[in-house]
Write a protein that binds this ligand. Structure first.
Ligand code: AMP
Length: 214
């Protein structure tokens, strides 16, 4: 169980679970969203090309995202497996991933769908804050470093992502429903889909995922 894909609406907890799974199973957590944001912060060519799409809550064009993923999957640390978080995001990305894996005689071990209802998602995302530097996630309803605005883990500033504002979150949800949800049927047909209820506590969800990966 070492090549995993996490799918689900924004704010369902994919990033949090992926970070925990990455530590437990000692395989890299690859978040296309994090890689894109890092490129925006470093003002790279890729970052400049992706920025407007992200700010509007739209998907970044496949060609840019596929380049990132293709490049990252060839790093040495991916030999033991990986957790893809936020990729694939539409059917053509899923088909492309399948093609890459098949050409190397590989296949995905599991696609884990973490689902949550619309109201919880909007509440979670609009209250979410993130460390600019290490990506650690906080929430305004939880007692945390957010009060001081400084990350517990690395001491950098905690900010609200531009695309976590309500209007953009609604757009992201629309995009999820139209473009990403079809992947549920796709992975179900491949017999690798596992559904997890994202409304529980972080540890409960984590234990459930670990249980199904045993
Ligand atoms: P995330 O951090 O996964 O919520 O992603 C934030 C934003 O980055 C998304 O709303 C998209 O604009 C962009 N993005 C991340 N992953 C992808 C992907 N696989 N395909 C296209 N756009 C993506």
């Amino acid at each position: 169980m070492n090549k995993l894909v996490l799918i689900g609406p924004p704010g369902a907890g994919k990033g949090t679970q992926a970070k925990m799974l990455s530590i437990k199973y000692q395989i890299p957590h690859i978040s296309t969203g994090d890689i894109l944001r890092e490129n925006i912060n470093r003002n790279t060519d890729l970052g400049r090309r992706a920025e407007l799409f992200i700010e509007r809550g739209q998907l970044v064009p496949d060609v840019l995202v596929l380049e990132i993923v293709l490049d990252r999957l060839h790093f040495e640390d991916c030999k033991a497996g990986y957790i893809l978080d936020g990729f694939p995001r539409n059917l053509s990305q899923a088909l492309e991933l399948n093609k890459i894996l098949s050409s190397e005689g590989e296949q995905l071990s599991a696609a884990i769908l973490i689902d949550a209802d619309r109201d919880s998602i909007i509440r979670r995302i609009t209250g979410r804050r993130q460390c600019e530097s290490c990506g650690a996630i906080y929430h305004i309803e939880e007692p945390s470093a957010e009060k001081a605005g400084i990350c517990d883990k690395c001491g950098s500033e905690i900010i609200q992502r531009k695309d976590d504002h309500e209007k953009i979150v609604k757009k992201r949800l629309e995009v999820y429903e139209e473009q990403t949800q079809p992947l549920i049927t796709y992975y179900d047909k491949l017999n690798i889909l596992h559904r997890i209820d994202g409304h529980g506590g972080i540890d409960q969800i984590f234990n459930e995922i670990c249980g199904l990966l045993q």
